[in-house]
Design a protein around this ligand. Structure first.
Ligand SMILES: NC(=O)c1ccc[n+]([C@@H]2O[C@H](COP(=O)([O-])OP(=O)(O)OC[C@H]3O[C@@H](n4cnc5c(N)ncnc54)[C@H](OP(=O)(O)O)[C@@H]3O)[C@@H](O)[C@H]2O)c1
Length: 312
C-alpha cells in the first residue's frame, strides 16, 4: 500500500487475551475512535495513528455510529483509512461498531428498537466500506424497549452475516444477566461487555466484572485513562489542545485540588516504578484477570506509543 510501512513482526509486541469463553483473542490494548477521528481531524495524522496501532499488534478498532463530530464521521474516516492501509489485512483485524445513542432525527434514530439497530448497522457498514463488522454492540440499555426485541435484533444481525459477534455496553447487572441468558439461549452468546473502568471509576468491580467472568463474557474497559486525567496531561494546567478545552465530555470542573493531589501522588508512584502515569493506569486495569482489553484513545502517535509501553 502506498505510504504504508508494513512492520513485521507486528504481533510479538502485543499480548492477546481470550475474550470470555469464546474463540476470539483481543489485544490487551485496543484503539477507540470516539474522539480525534472526526471531520476536523487531519486524515493523514489519523492514518498514521491507525497504522502505528496495527503495526504494534493492535487488532481491535472500536467505533460507534455517532462518533465524530459530526455523527458518523469517525466511521467515514475509518473507511478512508481502511481502503488505504488495512484492506489487505481485513482478516487480521477486528472492527466493532455500536448503535443505541442519539444518531438521527425522529423516533427511530436512537435506543434499542429493532428498527434502530438494523438501520444503523446498515449505515455504519456503508460509511466504513465494510461487508460486516466483527463485533456489534447495543450501545446502552433502553428502559422502554423490551430487552427481548433488542437481543433478537442482535441475534438476527449475526444470522444475516452483518456481524460475527455481539456485545452490550453500560447495561446494569440485572439487565446484563437477562441479555446473557437470552443470547445464550439463541446460540449467539454475548462475546463482550464494554464498560467504563479505570483508577477513578471502580463501580464495575462490585458486580459487572465478576458477573461477566462467571457468564463467560469478556470485559473491555473504555476510557481507561479517564479521558486523559490519568496521564500527565493536566498535572500542570490545562493545555490548549486538550480534550478538556475542546470537548463537552470532559469538564474543567472535575479538576479539583483534591483530584490533582491524587493524580500527582499516582504520578510519583508511577515514576518510582519507571512508568508514566498513563502506563501505570493501564497496567492497573490489565492486572485484573476479568479484563480482556483496554480501549484507549489517542490524539497523537506519541501518546499511542507511550501507552503501548504499558505492556513490557
Ligand atoms: N461504550 C461506550 O459508551 C463508550 C464511551 C466512551 C468511550 N468508549 C470507547 O473507548 C474509547 C476510549 O475512550 P477515551 O478516548 O475516553 O479513552 P482514554 O484513553 O481514557 O482517553 C483518551 C485521551 O487521553 C489523552 N491521552 C491518551 N494517552 C495519553 C498519553 N500517553 N499522554 C497524555 N495524554 C494522553 C488524549 O487526550 P487529548 O485529546 O487531550 O490529547 C486522548 O484523547 C473510545 O474511543 C470509544 O471507542 C466507549
Amino acid at each position: 500500500m502506498e505510504g504504508y510501512r508494513l512492520t513485521e513482526p507486528r504481533y510479538e509486541a502485543m499480548n492477546y487475551r481470550r475474550c470470555g469463553r469464546s474463540g476470539l483473542l483481543l489485544p490487551e490494548i485496543s484503539l477507540g475512535f470516539w474522539h480525534n477521528f472526526g471531520e476536523a481531524a487531519d486524515p493523514d495524522r489519523c492514518r498514521e495513528i491507525v497504522e502505528t496501532a496495527f503495526d504494534s499488534g493492535i487488532t481491535y478498532f472500536d467505533l460507534a455510529n455517532n462518533y465524530g463530530p459530526p455523527y458518523g464521521s469517525a466511521e467515514t474516516m475509518f473507511g478512508w483509512i481502511y481502503n488505504r492501509s488495512l484492506k489487505p489485512h481485513r482478516d487480521e483485524i477486528l472492527v466493532a461498531t455500536k448503535a443505541g445513542h442519539d444518531m438521527w432525527p425522529g423516533p427511530y434514530g436512537e435506543w434499542g428498537s429493532r428498527k434502530n439497530l438494523m438501520a444503523s448497522l446498515d449505515q455504519s457498514l456503508k460509511r466504513m466500506q465494510l461487508d460486516y463488522v466483527d463485533i456489534f454492540y447495543s450501545h446502552r440499555p433502553d428502559p422502554q424497549t423490551p430487552l427481548e426485541e433488542t437481543m433478537q435484533a442482535l441475534v438476527d444481525i449475526v444470522r444475516q452475516g452483518k456481524a460475527l459477534y455481539v456485545g452490550i455496553s453500560k447495561y446494569p447487572p440485572e439487565m446484563a444477566a437477562r441479555a446473557y441468558a437470552y443470547l445464550r439461549e439463541a446460540h449467539v452468546p454475548c462475546l463482550v461487555y464494554q464498560g467504563r473502568y479505570n483508577m477513578l471509576e471502580r463501580t464495575h468491580e462490585d458486580e459487572i466484572l465478576p458477573q461477566a467472568a462467571a457468564e463467560g463474557v469478556g470485559y473491555v474497559a473504555f476510557s481507561p485513562l479517564a479521558q486523559g486525567l490519568l496521564t500527565d496531561r493536566y498535572l500542570n494546567g490545562i493545555p490548549e489542545d486538550s480534550r478538556m478545552r475542546h470537548s463537552n465530555f470532559l469538564n474543567e470542573s472535575v479538576l479539583t485540588p483534591e483530584l490533582l493531589t491524587q493524580l500527582r501522588a499516582w504520578n510519583d508512584e508511577a515514576r518510582a516504578e519507571g512508568f508514566t502515569l498513563a502506563q501505570y493506569a493501564l497496567r492497573w486495569i490489565l492486572h485484573r484477570p476479568e479484563v480482556t482489553s483496554v480501549i484507549i484513545g489517542a490524539s497523537s502517535v506519541k501518546q499511542l506509543q507511550d501507552n503501548l509501553k504499558a505492556i513490557r
